[in-house]
Design a protein around this ligand. Structure first.
Ligand SMILES: *[C@@H]1O[C@H](CO)[C@@H](O)[C@H](O)[C@H]1NC(C)=O
Ligand SMILES: *[C@@H]1O[C@H](CO)[C@@H](O)[C@H](O)[C@H]1NC(C)=O
Ligand SMILES: *[C@@H]1O[C@H](CO)[C@@H](O)[C@H](O)[C@H]1NC(C)=O
Ligand SMILES: *[C@@H]1O[C@H](CO)[C@@H](O)[C@H](O)[C@H]1NC(C)=O
Length: 429
C-alpha cells in the first residue's frame, strides 16, 4: 500500500510513535566552525581545538548508538533507541517495519524481535504535514562482529584528538549522530525551515540494501525530494560518486578421469584458472572519474581429489564497475566477461550474473569541500529518482569494516559542520 508522508508507513504500524512527540527543545547558541584535516594526528603537542557547544550531545548520542549492537537483520533495538531519542527532541517519528532478512539463507528462522526491524523516519513535529524538500539519510546496521565502544582516554577527559573505537563508530553511526546534531543546530538557529527537512535511518545497507529499497518502493509517487544527503565514511570529503557493482559465479565444466592421463579428461580447475587470469588482466572498462573496473576473485572451488581430473570448478567474483552509467555499467562488464569466457572455451563456462549497477554519480560541486571518489557500494542506487544525491560523512572506509574501526572526536565535529554546510547548500533557493 502506498501512502503519503507523514503516513509513509502502513497506517496500522504498531510502532508508530508520532503521538509521543514532545515540544521542540530550546534553541542553542551558534558555534564556531571547526576545520580539521582528515586522518589521525598523533602529535601530542598539537594545539587543542575549540570545543563546540554540542560536543557532549554529539558524543553521547554517538556512544549510545555504537553501544547498541545492530548487525544487519538485528537492528530492532537501534531503531527503537533512535526513535525514542528523536521523539524526545520534538520529532514526529514513524517506524517503517522492514520484512526480515534471511541472511543465513532459507534455513534461518527469524526471531520475533528481528521481525520488528524498522527504518526510522522523522519530521519536525510542527511540520509533519509538509512534504520536505530534503531527506537526510544513513544506515543503522553494521557488519559483524560486534566490537564494544571504547576511547583511548586514560583519565576520562575527552578532547578533539580522543580516538573513539567500536563497531559502527565510523560506518555509519558517526554519520547518523553528526547528521542529527547538524540538523538540530540548523533548526535551532532558524537557518533552515522545519518544513524542509526529514530524516531516514535505514536497516540492511551492509547486506542487500533492503531497508532503502523497501522505503523507495513504498514511497508515494507524489513525494519528490529535491535532494538526498547520504551519510557514509568519506573522510569528510564530498564524494563525486562511487563505482558500480557487478559479478557473480563462473562455473567451469570439464570431464573427469585419471590424473595420469590428462589428455583423456578435461580439467575444470585448469580452465578456470586460465580464464580467471585473463579476467583479472582484461580491460573491463574505465572512465576518467572512476578509474579502472577491478575484479576480486573472492572464492575458488573445484575438484574432488589430487589424483582425479576435476569435472567441476567455480569462482565467485565481485567486480567494481567504472565504465558506463548507473543503468548500463553492469551489463557492459557482463558482456565483456561473457566474451572472454567464450574466447577461452566455447563450451566449458557458464556465468551466473548477480544483478548489478554501474558507476553512481553524486553532486560534488559545492564550495568549501574537498572531493573524492569511492570504490564501495552505498544505498544511493537503491533510491532512484530525480533528486540530487550528495554523499558525505566522517571517518575512513579503510578502517570501517576492520577490527580497528575508529575515528577522532574532531572528525565527528568537522562532520557536523560539513553537514550543516551541505544542508544549507541543498536548501538554497
Ligand atoms: C588517542 O589516539 C589519537 C589518534 O591516534 C591520538 O592523537 C591521541 O593523542 C590519543 N590520546 C591518548 C590520550 O593517548
Ligand atoms: C526453523 O523452523 C522450522 C519449523 O518451525 C524447523 O523445522 C527448523 O529446524 C528451524 N530451522 C532453524 C535453522 O532453526
Ligand atoms: C588502469 O589500467 C591500465 C591498464 O589497463 C593501467 O595502465 C593503469 O595504470 C590502471 N590505472 C589505475 C589507476 O590503476
Ligand atoms: C546511460 O547510457 C545510455 C547509453 O549510453 C543512455 O541511453 C541512458 O540514457 C543513460 N542513462 C543515464 C541514467 O544516464
Amino acid at each position: 500500500m502506498k501512502t503519503t508522508i507523514p503516513r509513509l508507513l502502513l497506517a496500522s504500524s504498531a510502532l508508530h510513535l508520532g503521538a509521543l512527540a514532545y515540544t521542540v527543545r530550546p534553541h542553542q547558541q551558534q558555534q564556531q566552525a571547526i576545520i580539521a584535516a582528515p586522518g589521525f594526528d598523533d602529535d601530542a603537542s598539537a594545539p587543542s581545538l575549540p570545543q563546540p557547544p554540542y560536543r557532549d550531545d554529539l558524543l553521547s548520542l554517538h556512544k549510545d548508538l555504537v553501544t547498541i549492537p545492530s548487525i544487519s537483520s538485528q537492528e530492532t533495538d537501534a531503531g527503537l533507541f533512535l526513535a525514542k531519542y528523536l521523539v524526545k527532541r520534538g520529532w514526529f517519528v514513524d517506524l517503517q517495519v522492514v520484512p526480515p532478512l534471511n541472511i543465513n539463507g532459507a534455513n534461518s528462522n527469524n526471531t520475533e524481535r528481528e521481525s520488528k526491524r524498522a527504518n526510522v523516519l522523522a519530521f519536525p513535529a510542527s511540520a509533519r504535514h509538509a512534504v520536505p524538500r530534503l531527506l537526510v539519510t544513513s544506515h543503522i546496521d553494521v557488519v559483524p562482529p560486534y566490537i564494544s565502544y571504547s576511547t583511548n582516554s586514560t583519565d576520562g577527559k575527552i578532547d578533539s584528538y580522543t580516538l573513539i573505537s567500536g563497531r559502527g563508530s565510523v560506518d555509519a553511526k558517526a554519520s547518523v549522530a553528526a547528521q542529527i546534531i547538524a540538523v538540530e543546530e540548523l533548526l535551532a538557529n532558524n537557518e533552515v525551515s522545519e518544513k524542509d527537512v526529514s530524516f531516514l535511518f535505514v536497516v540492511g545497507e551492509e547486506t542487500h540494501g533492503d531497508g532503502m529499497k523497501f522505503f523507495a518502493s513504498n514511497l508515494d509517487d507524489r513525494v519528490k525530494f529535491q535532494s538526498v544527503i547520504y551519510g557514509e565514511p568519506t573522510e569528510n570529503k564530498l564524494a563525486c560518486g562511487h563505482k558500480g557493482m557487478g559479478g557473480g559465479t563462473v562455473h567451469a565444466k570439464g570431464k573427469a578421469g585419471h590424473s595420469g592421463y590428462p589428455w583423456l579428461g578435461k580439467s575444470a580447475t585448469e580452465l578456470l584458472v586460465r580464464v580467471l587470469v585473463k579476467l583479472v588482466d582484461a580491460d573491463l572498462g574505465s572512465s576518467e572519474r572512476f578509474g579502472n573496473t577491478t575484479v576480486n576473485i573472492g572464492t575458488i572451488e573445484g575438484g574432488v581429489a589430487a589424483n582425479v581430473i576435476p569435472k567441476d570448478a567455480s569462482a565467485k567474483l565481485a567486480i567494481r564497475v567504472a565504465a558506463g552509467n548507473q543503468s548500463t555499467g553492469s551489463e557492459l562488464v557482463r558482456q565483456k566477461v561473457e566474451q572472454i569466457l567464450k574466447e577461452t572455451d566455447e563450451d566449458a563456462f557458464t556465468l551466473t550474473w548477480a544483478e548489478g549497477y554501474g558507476p553512481v554519480e553524486c553532486e560534488c560541486d559545492v564550495d568549501g569541500f574537498e572531493t573524492m571518489v569511492a570504490n564501495y557500494g552505498t544505498d544511493v542506487p537503491n533510491f532512484k529518482g530525480d533528486h540530487v544525491s550528495y554523499l558525505y560523512g566522517p571517518g575512513s572506509i579503510l578502517v570501517a569494516h576492520g577490527d580497528d574501526e575508529a575515528l577522532q572526536v574532531r572528525d565527528l565535529e568537522a562532520a557536523v559542520e560539513g553537514y550543516k554546510k551541505l544542508i544549507k547548500h541543498a536548501l538554497r533557493d
